[in-house]
Design a protein around this ligand. Structure first.
Ligand SMILES: [Zn+2]
Length: 61
């Protein structure tokens, strides 16, 4: 249920605000990066950051 709400909020952010959301693919990780009006280079950089779980895994793991 919580995941559905997160998905809906992503869709809302994209459709209403024109924002793009990149999400960490790691199960259980809630890191998401939203951006708007960024260059292609910046977009690529942020996407790589979101994809790289090792750079934002929670402390204590
Ligand atoms: Zn992550």
């Amino acid at each position: 249920m919580a995941n559905l709400l997160l998905l809906l909020s992503d869709i809302w952010a994209y459709s209403v605000l024109g924002m793009t959301t990149y999400r960490c693919p790691e199960p259980g990780c809630t890191v998401r990066i939203r951006m708007r009006f960024v260059s292609a280079e910046e977009s690529q950089r942020l996407r790589e950051l979101a994809d790289d779980h090792g750079r934002h895994q929670p402390k204590g793991k």
